[in-house]
Design a protein around this ligand. Sequence first.
Ligand code: SF4
Length: 150
Amino acid sequence: VDQQLAERLSALYERVGAVVQAASPRCEMSGRCCDFPVSEHRLYASDLETEYAVAAAGGKVPPTTSGQCPWYVDGLCQNRKGRPLGCRVYFCDPAWEEGMPLVYERFHAELRVLHDEHALTYSYRLFVDAVVETPRGTPFGTPSGTEASC
Ligand code: SF4
């Protein structure tokens, strides 16, 4: 069941990627989506997403005391495969301002359904806090491959 859950979440993320790619918002490589203390961007994710992210990183969460996402290193995301929905839809492009919340809400609703169908308690909190608190050795296997780009 856990593997099935991971596959369903992965498929959901792939569909998010297809929708975002079709809209092709511009990434300015500003780091605003990951450098939370500087941007004051507040990234939330469900615990399911956080557990998936930790598993995707092979259970490795770099230490962070800065308040930045632990996987934000030298201006790049080191956990592209595991990043949650909020990261996948966030772009600084002003032309994406209207589309972003619509896409987020659409797939966030799907995430809620995924929780319901797997009888999971829904918990939604600040990603950077949840990552630090998530126990290692998560229920998911480690998705294969790594990507490292913003
Ligand atoms: S998971 Fe990656 S994209 Fe998301 S906040 Fe962290 S470094 Fe940025």
